[in-house]
Design a protein around this ligand. Structure first.
Ligand code: ASP
Length: 441
């Protein structure tokens, strides 16, 4: 019998998880049952993915760079990656702003709905938490983001999974391996090569568990929704965000077919397990090991490109998040601060949303923290901030899930473009979890 493709298994797991979540929502004690007995399996899965992210970045990048044989290639890869990332992010923000200005989802929201939302969420601990985190982020100096790339203790970077610091260290090791010559470098190169194979195999094994994990993750998301009335009131706004995100995916597919000369369907079918996990986990960082595996083994991007472009992308390239920030900021203004809706403010939003998406952590809900900073950049009245966040809080989780899909798809697209431009795109050779299993069992 033909095996069911992984993405179908994951989709079935997701649908069953959603149905189960709704059933448990209606049953006495159902929510507690999901929290205590189902949701921990989702957490275990995310923990396993996070566990292998750092060794994977390290092994894949060190191995990739030491294979390059030519340091100047690193420079051109770096410039291209950052250049394309900035380009796609700008497109995303412009799409977002165009949609929200055209459709105006915030115009005419009834005062009693605003009041209801205010009462329910303005003093919510979640909203307060976003405001506190944003304040902490804002207090840092202008060059702090640059300083943060250079670690003083690499074990601390490993422990905290500071992506950019790990990337810096891996690049440093890779370049020095090139400089000491092939013979002296050989033992370490072999070590990292083998480590890379082991971690990639771990991804295969962890993914066997994915259909069950997404069941747990989605059931957990569903039991968190309790006010469908407010959700429906925000539907118009949510549809604007989702519509924009679809347009962004269309833009990536255009780039894939025009520049990388691959069919969009081919691309989607190969990257879809990563997209589905991005949706289920709301975290590009947790999805990263799977994205790397799909891009290297199923899309045919060489390690030195994927090992650099994808982890950098997970941290600095968040097109879905910036598109969302554009729409959310203008939506909030349309509802509670229409006098702020001038052209100059929207231009400021473009700039700060670009910087904010670079500064956002690749974890659930990070986009909302950075939204506070975007709003503060246009002098949004601070007393209205909690109300502004309260307005979009109810639908943040589902939108977070959708924008994370776009963040991950964007990283995969750019890695294909950079690979193509450096002649590092090859015929993919997928490895199954059970390669060699017959020999060892
Ligand atoms: N959850 C998103 C990510 O991990 C970030 C955000 O938009 O909140 O990519």
């Amino acid at each position: 019998m033909k095996k069911l493709a992984l993405h179908w298994k994951i989709i079935i797991g997701m649908i069953l998880g959603i149905i189960f979540g709704f059933i448990m929502n209606g049953v006495d004690g159902g929510k507690g049952l999901v929290t205590d007995w189902v949701s921990p399996f989702g957490t275990i899965f995310i923990n396993l993915l996070k566990l292998i992210a750092v060794p994977l970045i390290l092994a894949s990048l060190v191995k990739g760079i030491s294979d390059l044989k030519d340091i100047s290639k690193i420079k051109s890869m770096g410039f291209r990656t950052i250049g394309i990332y900035i380009g796609t992010t700008l497109v995303a923000i412009i799409i977002g702003l165009s949609i929200v200005n055209l459709i105006k989802p915030g115009d005419g929201m009834p005062q009693d709905t605003i009041e209801k939302i205010k009462v329910k969420y303005a003093n919510d601990a979640g909203v307060a938490d976003k405001l506190t985190k944003a304040a902490a982020q804002k207090d840092a100096g202008p060059l702090q983001a640059l300083v943060d790339i250079f670690p003083s203790n690499i074990f601390k970077s490993f422990a905290e999974a500071s992506m950019l610091q790990v990337i810096f260290f891996a690049l440093f090791v890779g370049i020095c391996l090139l400089l000491i010559g092939e013979k002296k470098a050989e033992p370490l190169v072999k070590f990292f090569d083998s480590l890379n194979e082991v971690v990639m195999k771990m991804v295969d094994l962890i993914m066997l568990f994915a259909p069950y994990a997404v069941f747990a993750l989605l059931a957990n998301v569903i039991i968190a929704f309790d006010d469908t009335e407010i959700l429906l009131k925000l539907l118009y706004y949510a549809l604007c965000v989702v519509g924009g995100l679809f347009l962004m995916i269309g833009f990536y597919l255009l780039l894939i077919s025009i520049y990388a000369k691959k069919s969009p369907l081919w691309f989607l079918s190969r990257i879809s397990p990563a997209q589905l996990l991005a949706f289920s986990t709301s975290s590009s960082a947790a999805t990263l090991p799977v994205t790397m595996e799909r891009v290297e083994e199923h899309l045919g991007v060489d390690k030195e490109v994927s090992g650099f472009v994808l982890p950098v992308g997970a941290t600095v390239n968040m097109d879905g998040t910036s598109l969302y920030q554009g729409i959310a900021a203008v939506f909030i203004m349309q509802v509670i601060w229409p006098e702020g809706l001038g052209f100059a403010n929207q231009l400021t939003i473009i700039l700060t949303a670009l910087l904010a998406s670079i500064g956002s952590a690749a974890v659930p809900s990070a986009g909302m923290v950075m939204l506070v900073i975007v709003l503060e950049s246009i002098d949004f009245p601070s007393e209205l901030l909690p109300i502004g966040l309260a307005l979009i809080f109810a639908v943040d989780r589902p939108l977070d899930m959708c924008r994370t899909v776009v963040n991950v798809t964007g990283d995969a697209t750019v890695s294909m473009m950079v690979a193509k431009s450096l002649d590092k795109l090859h015929d993919p050779k997928p490895k199954e979890w059970d390669d060699h299993y017959d020999e060892v069992k």
